[in-house]
Design a protein around this ligand. Structure first.
Ligand SMILES: Cc1cc2nc3c(=O)[nH]c(=O)nc-3n(C[C@H](O)[C@H](O)[C@H](O)COP(=O)(O)OP(=O)(O)OC[C@H]3O[C@@H](n4cnc5c(N)ncnc54)[C@H](O)[C@@H]3O)c2cc1C
Ligand SMILES: NC(=O)c1ccc[n+]([C@@H]2O[C@H](COP(=O)([O-])OP(=O)(O)OC[C@H]3O[C@@H](n4cnc5c(N)ncnc54)[C@H](O)[C@@H]3O)[C@@H](O)[C@H]2O)c1
Length: 499
């Protein structure tokens, strides 16, 4: 790979945004170079979605075994071998890895270069001393965990989402800082696997970005799994040594006290990873929080350079990283100005119950007025009742003419049930459109469907005087009509009336 080559697209970062962007550009006929400093696959494959969902699956089996008695099935004492659980986790990662590998990229026509990339000019990169020229570039360097500035925390060598996967023995006591997606998912998983978990959240509720009723259900579920949930609580100091036990000092509604731990996990958010990139050298501006600044088409302040995924402020999930990576790459190599959709972006927290949401808030968020909503509780969804899993609800936020502008679904398979609501929000469907669409029975998708039907019925209630008048009129006309049926016909009409 000599300097003489000018790449149509140089992609920095081989996580989801970079992988999808590189494959898209190569499929469009571009000469594409992808630079990755570590392992292609990024956060999602190695330290994020895949290992966390594999761990949650093991934890769910343990929880199901413990609670099977409620359905009349008795299981012996549940024991967990964390080393075996982690073998399952690593097995899931290993099974998916070939899809993201350098070999697979090369087969798709992408040249892969191992090394750390640094921008050196508006059209040039340096990769560990090797110069690279490009016509266009895609920055997809992702994000890394944040460590809050708490005295003693750095020295205590806490676990993060990057290192927790190296555990092979279950910590007896685990303190989790942060009650967002990672804190709630991993806190619940480790509790179900047998650790005594304390979760400390600074804000008044866990999952503070979700519907408050969803937060309450998740907090209750965490409590039922044995997690001690401390909300509205600040960590003021940490005393401990790397890999060893310690204690956190906390201050909250219950006053000040300390909580001892064997391992400490920090999950208080992530920050964009641009440290090694030197964006300024290419005229790429960052926003106040350090994200690469992009316009609606994912173009940075250097028109030749796009950015996608966690390194931008408009993406926090794998699905958005992928879609944005593809859009940015197509825009770059074809000179398009396609904008990304920011209205119908779904999100799912894979706790039990799952919390899935899309679009406008289903609650009064901030000082604005509360949206009009319709809610169907899970205890009125037959599938949930049949499975004995009735903690949850489907709530639709409704705009004019009952258009679905947002949704929150809480319960088993909420992520799957959300899919049609994403389409509804994106295409401006009304509850009448959802209601008129036959859904298979009994499924968890009945929740959103019945919420839509509830809204349609409620609105029908308003026109009931008019419809009742039509029914009365037809009754009168029917009576006035001379009897034409046989005796058998009359009996059958009576029978219908009695039912
Ligand atoms: C525990 C956890 C669970 C999660 N669960 C989910 C989930 O269930 N669903 C979901 O949608 N999202 C989930 N996420 C979020 C998801 O993982 C990220 O949003 C997604 O992986 C971001 O992809 P990306 O391509 O932007 O960045 P990354 O995947 O972080 O990729 C960036 C890549 O760039 C490389 N890189 C960085 N700097 C350089 C450089 N200078 N030179 C060369 N290479 C460089 C890095 O090594 C890395 O491979 C989870 C995250 C975590 C931490
Ligand atoms: N299922 C999913 O899609 C999924 C799962 C996990 C993570 N993620 C992604 O990973 C990213 C990071 O997740 P995360 O959970 O670390 O971040 P987050 O921003 O979702 O949650 C962090 C939580 O920590 C709290 N917090 C902040 N400082 C604190 C402190 N000093 N003490 C106690 N609490 C504090 C915040 O109030 C917040 O509730 C998110 O952007 C998310 O999109 C996605």
């Amino acid at each position: 790979m000599g300097r003489e080559r000018v790449w149509d697209l140089a992609v920095v970062g081989g996580g989801t945004a970079g992988l999808v962007g590189a494959r898209t550009a190569a499929a469009l006929g571009a000469r594409v170079l992808l630079v990755e400093r570590d392992r292609p696959g990024g956060d999602c494959l190695w330290t994020g979605c895949v290992p966390s969902k594999a761990l949650l699956a093991a934890a769910a089996r343990a929880a199901d075994a413990r609670t099977a008695g409620a359905l009349g099935v008795t299981v012996g004492e549940v024991s967990v071998d964390l080393a075996a659980v982690m073998r399952h986790v690593r097995g899931a990662v290993a099974a998916i890895e070939p899809e993201d590998s350098a070999e697979s990229l090369e087969a798709a026509g992408v040249t892969v270069l191992a090394g750390r990339a640094r921008l050196t000019g508006p059209r040039t990169l340096d990769v560990d001393g090797r110069p690279v020229d490009f016509r266009a570039a895609l920055l997809a360097t992702g994000a890394v965990p944040v460590l809050p500035p708490v005295p003693g925390l750095g020295g205590a060598g806490p676990l993060t989402s990057e290192t927790v996967w190296d555990l092979d023995t279950l910590p007896g006591r685990l303190v989790v800082l942060g009650g967002g997606g990672i804190g709630c998912e991993l806190g619940q998983a480790f509790a179900r696997l047998g650790a005594a978990v304390t979760l400390v959240e600074a804000l008044p509720r866990v999952l503070p970005g979700e519907d408050p009723d969803a937060s309450a259900l998740v907090a209750a579920a965490l409590g039922a799994d044995g997690v001690q949930v401390l909300t509205g609580t600040r960590v003021t100091a940490v005393a401990g040594t790397p890999g060893g036990p310690g204690e956190v000092s906390v201050e909250g509604p219950g006053g000040r006290h300390t909580v001892g731990y064997d391992r400490l996990l920090v999950a208080v958010g992530r920050r964009p990873d641009t440290a090694a990139l030197d964006p300024a050298a290419a005229g790429v501006a960052l926003d106040d929080d350090g994200y690469v600044r992009v316009d609606g088409t994912l173009r940075t302040t250097n028109p030749r350079i796009r950015a996608a995924g966690d390194v931008t402020a408009v993406s926090r999930w794998t699905h958005t990283a992928g879609v944005h990576g593809a859009t940015a790459a197509a825009n770059a190599v074809l000179g398009l100005r396609r904008a990304v959709d920011t209205t119908a972006v779904p999100r799912v927290t894979f706790t039990d119950p799952e919390v899935a949401a899309v679009g406008a808030p289903t609650w009064a968020d901030g000082d604005g007025p509360a949206p009009r909503t319709v809610t169907r509780r899970a205890d009125r969804v037959d599938r949930a009742v049949a499975e004995g899993r009735t903690e949850g609800f489907s709530r639709l936020a409704l705009g004019p003419r009952s258009r679905v502008t947002g949704a929150t679904v809480v319960g088993p398979r909420a992520g799957e049930a959300l899919a049609e609501l994403v389409l509804a929000v994106r295409t401006g469907l009304r509850t009448a459109d959802l209601a008129a669409t036959t859904h298979p029975y009994p499924t968890h998708a009945d929740g959103p469907w019945n919420a839509a039907l509830d809204d349609v019925r409620a609105r029908l209630g308003r026109v009931r005087p008019a419809t009742a008048a039509v029914v009365r009129l037809r009754r009168l006309l029917d009576r006035a009509r001379p009897a034409a049926g046989t005796a058998a016909g009359s009996a059958s009409a009576d029978g219908r009336a009695r039912r």
